[in-house]
Write a protein that binds this ligand. Structure first.
Ligand SMILES: NC(=O)c1ccc[n+]([C@@H]2O[C@H](COP(=O)([O-])OP(=O)(O)OC[C@H]3O[C@@H](n4cnc5c(N)ncnc54)[C@H](OP(=O)(O)O)[C@@H]3O)[C@@H](O)[C@H]2O)c1
Length: 261
C-alpha cells in the first residue's frame, strides 16, 4: 500500500473555524500530516485538535490573531521549536468584508477586511518562507468564487480575494526559484453551518422549505449538489502534496461546476 499523500508532513492552518478550517485540519490529518491550528478562539482549536488526535495525528494549537505581527511571530517560533519544519501553510482565516455597494461602502471597513484577508496572509507567508524553503513546501491561499462574478454588494469581498489571487501569482514567481510552490483554491458554496443557517433564514423569509433553497442553488451547478468542506479541503491536500509538485501560481475552482474557468 502506498503512503498517505501528506505522510510525515507538517501543515499550518490559519483561521480554524467550524467550516472549511475544521475540514482542512481533518483532511490533512487523514492524509497523514501533523497539523498546527491557529485562530483566536482557543476552545474551538481544542475541539478540532481532539478530532485530529483521534485520527492518530499530532495537533498543536496556537491561539493567534493573524493581524497581530507579534502573535504571528510566536506562531512561526512555536512551529520551528515543536516540529523544526513546516511543509505546508494554508491561509484560510477570513474576516467578512462589508456587503455593500462599492459606491457607498465605508472605506475603513474595506481596509479592515484587507488587513485580515490579504495583508495578514502575506505577513504569515513571509514568516514561514525560510522553513518552507528548507522543506521544499507550499502555500495555499483560500480564495472564493466571488472572483468569477460581478454581483452588487460583493465588491469589497471580490477586491480582497482578487488581491489574494494576484498575491498568489507573484509569490509563486518570487518563491518558485527557491523551491516553494504557491497556489490558491476558489470554493463557491460550501455546505457547512454558515450556509445551512443562511438557507434556513432565506427559506423562512420566503415561506418555503430549506430543502427548496438548497435544490435551487444546487441546480445552478453541473453536479447538482453543493460541495462539502471535506471536498474543498481535499483539493487543498492535493495542492500541498507531491502530486502537485509541478503546479504553482494556479487557482483551482472547487464548485461542483457552478462556474467554469
Ligand atoms: N463559507 C463559504 O461558503 C465560503 C465560500 C467561498 C470561499 N470561502 C472561503 O473559505 C475560507 C473559510 O471560510 P469558512 O466560512 O469555512 O470559515 P471557517 O474556516 O469556518 O472559519 C474561518 C475562521 O477564521 C478565523 N479568523 C478570522 N479572523 C482571524 C484573525 N484575525 N486571526 C486568526 N483567525 C481569524 C475565525 O476564527 P476566530 O474567530 O476563532 O479567530 C473564523 O472562524 C475563507 O477564506 C472564505 O473566504 C468560504
Amino acid at each position: 500500500m502506498s503512503a498517505p499523500l501528506l505522510a510525515g508532513k507538517v501543515v499550518v492552518i490559519s483561521g480554524v473555524g467550524p467550516g472549511l478550517g475544521r475540514g482542512l485540519a481533518i483532511q490533512c490529518a487523514k492524509a497523514g500530516a501533523d497539523v498546527v491550528l491557529a485562530a483566536r478562539s482557543e476552545s474551538r482549536l481544542a475541539g478540532v485538535a481532539k478530532e485530529v488526535e483521534d485520527l492518530g495525528r499530532r495537533a498543536v494549537t496556537v491561539p493567534t490573531d493573524i493581524t497581530d505581527p507579534a502573535a504571528c511571530e510566536r506562531l512561526a517560533d512555536t512551529v520551528r521549536d515543536t516540529f523544526g519544519r513546516a511543509d505546508g501553510l494554508v491561509n484560510n482565516a477570513f474576516a467578512p468584508p462589508p456587503l455593500t455597494d462599492l459606491t457607498t461602502v465605508d472605506l475603513d471597513a474595506v481596509r479592515a477586511g484587507f488587513e485580515t484577508n490579504v495583508l495578514a496572509a502575506l505577513r504569515l507567508t513571509r514568516l514561514f518562507v525560510p522553513v518552507l524553503e528548507e522543506a521544499r513546501g507550499s502555500v495555499v491561499m483560500i480564495n472564493s468564487a466571488v472572483l468569477r462574478h460581478s454581483r452588487r454588494t460583493f465588491g469589497a469581498y471580490k477586491m480582497a480575494k482578487a488581491a489574494l489571487l494576484a498575491m498568489t501569482q507573484t509569490l509563486s514567481t518570487e518563491l518558485g526559484p527557491r523551491g516553494v510552490r504557491v497556489n490558491t483554491i476558489a470554493p463557491g458554496y460550501i455546505w457547512a453551518d454558515n450556509l445551512k443557517w443562511y438557507f434556513e433564514h432565506l427559506a423562512k423569509k420566503r415561506g418555503v422549505p430549506a430543502q427548496q433553497v438548497y435544490d435551487e442553488s444546487a441546480a445552478t451547478t453541473d453536479l447538482r449538489r453543493l460541495p462539502e468542506p471535506d471536498e474543498v479541503a481535499d483539493a487543498v491536500v492535493f495542492m500541498l502534496s507531491p502530486l502537485a509538485r509541478a503546479v504553482t501560481g494556479q487557482c483551482l475552482d472547487v464548485n461542483s461546476g457552478e462556474w467554469h474557468h
